[in-house]
Design a protein around this ligand. Sequence first.
Ligand SMILES: C[S@@+](CC[C@H](N)C(=O)[O-])C[C@H]1O[C@@H](n2cnc3c(N)ncnc32)[C@H](O)[C@@H]1O
Length: 480
Amino acid sequence: MTSLYDLVPYPTRAEPLAHPDRIAALAALHGLPRVDVRNARVLEIGCGTGEHLLSFAAACPGATCTGIDAGRVHIERAEATRRALGLPNVRFEHADISDAQLDSYDLVICWGTFSWVPESTQQAILQRIRDHLAPDGVALLSYNTLPGWHMMGMVRDMMGFHTRHTDDPVERVAKGRELIEFLRRATSGSGSALNAWMQTMAERMAEVPDAYLLHEFLAPHNHPLHFHELAELLAAHDLRFVTESRASTCALHHFPPPVQAVLQSEQELAGGSVEHLQQCMDFLRNKRFRASLLCHAAASPTDAPLHWDGLTVRGDAEELGEVVTSTRGFTMQATGDAAVLWSLLQDPTRWWSVDELATFLPPDRLYPLLTEALQADLLVPSFHPTPVATILDDRPLAFPLARHVARLQAEVPSLLHHTVPLDDDARALLADLDGTRTHDELTDRWRARLADDEALQPGAIGGALKQLQRAGLLQARDGH
Ligand SMILES: C[S@@+](CC[C@H](N)C(=O)[O-])C[C@H]1O[C@@H](n2cnc3c(N)ncnc32)[C@H](O)[C@@H]1O
């Protein structure tokens, strides 16, 4: 059967919050057995066009990866990229998750799929996770969340009404965009909550591709749910919540002290339930999206203290200084011991083992700082980070998947599992970085691409290579 995804494929990307190593590290931080991603069996349910799984599989050759998707075109594209890269450790299957042939997996990822399928498929996804997740395994499930998604749902409802007589997906998207703009303009000057929201939506929708708008707002299924409803579904499938991939979501201390006190007493009244506290925090934050780690109900994750031994981390700050700020606006004072930590974590491509960091600060002072940084979304935890270059090689080698993708499109996956936008010059340069060419040879090739009246600016190659390295697009060799 042809699905809407066959007509308009979804733009799948490598998603840092769903990286298998991050999932394994977060689970271990919460006291669950350690999953070694170097030889893990990884399943992705609803893998789309495969970029997320391919990005991991390309960087982690010992892992065995399986991607299942009901979209024929999605799987054809995923398989074409897999073949072009010659990756033997990933397999894609065109199947409905309800009846796909599955084995046992250490890690299961279901990203951007659960809310966008009928309820019967949601049940099937949880059943299959329960039945095919290894006893010590961990799953990651992302989903649209209430109450925040009510506000998005309002726009979805209006778009559905406005496009009810239009079948063509391209026209539906155009009409959807038109409606948002109309609502923004028609309410401007009213000072109303609706206008403020439509202003926000117009800005947000200007940045998203048509395929995203179509599948999020105009596709038949989008079923957000409250966290407590998810917790009930998990319990019914012998699964349980561990933590969130974005650790700030679980942190109580971001609320002002009087609010924390109310939330704590709410939690006590609910018998100390972690799920109850999560739900109350979602109400206050008007939460609209979650990426939750799950395990079998029989496992016993803990919330505190976090188990930092044996982990590796890197800093992930948007702004450094006396106050360090994350991309989502959470902050951490970088004074005293924290200044020492942040002097080390400045370079986002440099991974540090916690043992190395402990040579600068003893564990009893280091671990609380790491926890604070993690809960401000300023730290990426890992066990076995991908070998990303921290300095420029004489003969730079790009991440093979990024080189392949750069030939096809302007956004490429990095070894840090980010999606990096590149201009035409950077794309061509990246495609040249096969590890055999010196900087001089790369300069000659760049010059050959220029038009007759163009000159290559002095230092251009060094600057461009440094940018690719800082973006995590170059592979480390010889241990750096
Ligand atoms: C919104 S897309 C997300 C794809 C990918 N995870 C991403 O984030 O880019 C949802 C995906 O779920 C897949 N899907 C929907 N129903 C499914 C089912 N019953 N079994 C397997 N995959 C399904 C779709 O084909 C589509 O690729």
